[in-house]
Structures are given as structure tokens and as C-alpha cells.
Design a protein around this ligand. Sequence first.
Ligand SMILES: [Zn+2]
Length: 122
Amino acid sequence: MVDVSELVLDLATILRPHSSEVRQQALCALQAMFGIDQQSSDSPKRRPDLYSATWRKIRTTVLAEQGTTCRYCGVDCSDDPTVDHIRPVCSGVSPFEAGNFAVSCRRCNSVKGGREGWQKTP
Ligand SMILES: [Zn+2]
């Protein structure tokens, strides 16, 4: 059995000399790699952009323009639609960049995580 806390310590040592931007990207890549559910790991503190009035406005606009069909798997997610950043915010793009939004069901958005160019495999 691997001691996860040791791995985390190793990781912290590796990442320490890097800028906060690099650390955020590494974290994002790890989340994507291990399929960590963004929903449960996100808190308003960590991702304030997702809870701002600007974001709510964008979300409403995107849903009105694109409808509620998931861009990735094609299901109708009108009961619980999410708006995905096509280029993940952790890649450095602004969370409010126009044209970077895709309607996604919660499942696809969660699986996609911080990856760019993810496609659902049938
Ligand atoms: Zn989907």
C-alpha cells in the first residue's frame, strides 16, 4: 500500500520552486489524470469566478444561445446543465473569455476536468 501522504510531500517539494501558476497547472493536470470530481473539490473560495454575477450572466446567455444539449455526449441536460470552459481556466485563459464556452452535462464536465480537447469515447 502506497503512503499517499509521502507522495503529496514529494509533490510539494517538487512544486515548491515553481510559480503559483505552474503549481496550479500541475494540480489541474493531476485532477484530470485521476479524474477527481471538480464539483466536490471546488469551493467558492478556490474558484470565485464561478460564483460571480458575471459568470451567472454568461452561463444564462450560453444556455440561451446553445440550448441544453451536452456538446460532448449529446444528451439533453436541461435538468442540470453546466457550462464548460473549452480551454480550461487552469491553462491560463480568462474564465470569461468569449467563445470559450460549451454546454455540457454534469457528467462530461466532471470527467473532462482541466483537460483541453477532451472528447467522450463511445
Ligand atoms: Zn455529456
